[in-house]
Design a binder for this molecule. Sequence first.
Ligand code: HEC
Length: 191
Amino acid sequence: MNPYVNMTVGALLATVFVMMSVSIASEGIFHSPAPEKEGFAIVAAEEPAGGEAAEAAPAAVPVGQLLAGADAAAGATVFKKCQSCHSIEKGGPNKVGPDLWGLVNRPIATHEGFSYSAGMKDFSKGGQETWTFDHLNHFLAGPKAYVKGTAMGFAGLKNDKERANLLAYIREQSDSPAPLPDPNAPAPATN
Ligand code: HEC
């Protein structure tokens, strides 16, 4: 064979060898393991498994007792479930549902510029009824069961602690938060 060809081939092979070595070495240095799962882990909010008892009487514990151990900061997180339909800022807009600023002890179905269902208007007895803690506790546990014919499309918060935290948060979204109900008062008869 022509010695020049031999040399050229040798040089080529040497180059390939060096490149391969570099490639293998850098793979070792820069290799990053693939994540075990791709993308973000999305943890779905789960409704607590409501046992038979929870279904039968979702708002059995008197609201005063519930609120005694409630955490308003945790309630702010619970309010995320309401946010798609409700604002809760002072002077906030009505969305699918009315703005909820100053809700506690506000006359029911009276927020300016919102048109309420006949069911909610009936329940308000012409604006005589107010959103007491007790009404809110029952309504939020099961809106359609408590206010017949309401247009609020929300299944309800069956979990006492979640509901209590939410109520504590809602209470604070007001110019003058309503006094907390007596923790020792028995639950008043509903309706
Ligand atoms: C899918 C939309 C939707 C969601 C979610 C929702 N609501 Fe509502 N809400 C409404 C609508 C619509 C009304 C008006 C009901 C009617 O007129 O019957 C309403 C009415 C209300 C009222 C009565 C207000 C008044 O001025 O009398 C309260 C209180 C309330 N919602 C609280 C809540 C809270 C707290 C949550 C979260 C746990 C929530 N809602 C989740 C749509 C929603």
